[in-house]
Design a protein around this ligand. Structure first.
Ligand SMILES: CC(C)(COP(=O)(O)OP(=O)(O)OC[C@H]1O[C@@H](n2cnc3c(N)ncnc32)[C@H](O)[C@@H]1OP(=O)(O)O)[C@@H](O)C(=O)NCCC(=O)NCCS
Length: 177
């Protein structure tokens, strides 16, 4: 597969089914860490679940409605990020996660910065949005570092681990840069 090399350690690649096994292992090893913030962990029980998810994302990619990206750190899969795209309004919604052992190195901030560039260049995005649980300070720090505007809080935006989360909505407009 082709890589987009950001620096010596970090590379991005379109997510492809061949990554499913390694990505599933990372997911499985980080189940408790990720479960605090992400709602889908119980749906991922074996590598075929990860493979099916990637295949679904690639169908959306083909339609211009998603860009699923795998992050490699020192040649190992460290996490994922990507866009869901609202084509009619040129909005890209970014989501992301990293294995716990890859936290604290700037990998996600660096990757999101690159994804923003890709969004403007290849998808003609006008607005990029990131939603984070109010208590998810590590996640919130990413849009804050990258100059997104805090546009307010929406209540009970997601049900995760049997609790409703309030989300902060962060927005970045092309005209902001
Ligand atoms: C959210 C998540 C991706 C954040 O990971 P992270 O490692 O804190 O984020 P980054 O990779 O951008 O790294 C930032 C950290 O690296 C440090 N850092 C080192 N080099 C850096 C660089 N070049 N640029 C930015 N930060 C750098 C920062 O100081 C910061 O560390 P600190 O929090 O101790 O101050 C991760 O915690 C995660 O996957 N959580 C679970 C899933 C989740 O919450 N997803 C988001 C749902 S909205």
């Amino acid at each position: 597969m082709f890589f987009r090399e950001i620096d010596r350690d970090i590379k991005l690649s379109l997510s492809i089914p061949q990554y499913a096994e390694e990505l599933f292992q990372l997911t499985n090893n980080n189940r408790d860490f990720l479960k605090q913030w992400l709602p889908w962990l119980d749906n991922v029980r074996e590598s075929s679940d990860t493979r099916e998810f990637i295949e679904l994302q690639l169908l959306k990619f083909q339609q211009g409605k998603a860009l699923p990206v795998t992050i490699f750190y020192q040649e190992r899969i460290a996490g994922v990020l990507g866009y869901l795209i609202d084509r009619a309004n040129n909005i890209g919604y970014i989501g992301y996660w990293l294995g716990q052992e890859y936290n604290g190195k700037g990998i996600m901030t660096t990757s999101v910065r690159e994804l923003i560039e890709i969004g403007y260049m290849y998808y003609a995005l006008d607005r990029i949005e990131i939603r984070c649980a109010v208590e998810n300070t590590r996640s919130r720090a990413i849009p804050e570092r990258l100059g997104f505007k805090n546009e307010g809080t929406i209540r009970h935006a997601a049900k995760v681990d049997d609790r409703y989360q309030d989300h902060v909505v962060y927005g970045l407009l092309k005209s902001d840069s």
